[in-house]
Design a protein around this ligand. Structure first.
Ligand code: PLP
Length: 228
């Protein structure tokens, strides 16, 4: 059985290899460890192996782990669907939110971001797989949504996030991630972030400009309960 440290080495090697293949600086690609369903000691192990950014999908679960790991200098990313009644805790407890797909949620996050904290880093989740996915704004709605979110005071719009329909076909992966990169380039905004690529498709995501890859199973193994 491989340890989390072994997995961190393997994933880092994949990131470096993919960066080299597309003449990119590997330092421009962040490894976001997706720790949903994993207990705090697993995150502690990942941190000891060099990981400082963790992505969580479920608020209550995340808050528990944040309390248990408050002695570590970690950066927390919220990456799951967001209900309105959860925005206050997210605005207070996270550094990044990758899954914003409507203005109402962004407005609440901006209003509820505590005054003493830096602006909350935001990615807009965009749906490039059409009917296949229900989360994410449509490419048609993106320009207006991005302009509106970019104008909110306590948020810093960083870029786009996408979860394309899973496929093992490299050409299909490239088409989906390439579409996200194109959408980003066509927005007339100072954006520096593309959050895309998971355990099975990080190579294609990096070839198409990913700056955060969100990796769960390749670091922590299979999820611990069926919900995820
Ligand atoms: C679970 C999850 C991941 C990680 O997926 P893996 O295939 O386990 O790497 C990445 N992004 C989001 C939004 C997720 O919910």
């Amino acid at each position: 059985m491989s340890t989390i440290a072994d997995n961190v080495s393997r994933v880092s090697a994949r990131i470096h290899q993919a960066a080299a293949s597309s003449q990119r600086d590997p330092a421009a690609i962040g490894l976001l460890a997706v720790s949903k369903t994993k207990p705090a000691p697993a995150l502690r192990e990942a941190h000891a192996a060099g990981i400082s950014d963790f992505g969580e999908n479920y608020l209550q679960e995340a808050l528990g782990k944040q309390a248990e790991l408050s002695d570590l200098p970690l950066t927390w990313h919220f990456i799951g669907p967001i209900q309105s009644n959860k925005t206050r805790a997210i605005a207070e407890q996270f550094d990044w939110v990758h899954s914003v797909d409507r203005l109402k949620i962004a407005q609440r996050l901006s209003e509820q971001r505590p005054a003493g904290l830096p602006p909350l880093n935001i990615c807009i989740q965009v749906n490039v797989s059409g009917e296949a996915s229900k989360s994410g704004c449509t490419p048609a709605d993106l320009p207006a949504l991005a302009a509106a979110i970019g104008a909110l005071p306590n948020l810093r719009l960083r870029g786009l996030m996408a979860i394309p329909e899973p496929t093992e076909d490299r050409a299909e992966q490239d088409a989906a991630f390439g579409a996200v990169q194109q959408l980003q380039q066509h927005l007339d905004l100072p954006l520096d972030t593309l959050s895309m690529g998971m355990s099975h498709d990080l190579e294609a995501a990096i070839a198409n400009g990913a700056t955060w890859v969100r990796i769960g199973t390749a670091l922590f193994g299979a999820r611990d309960y069926a919900q995820a």
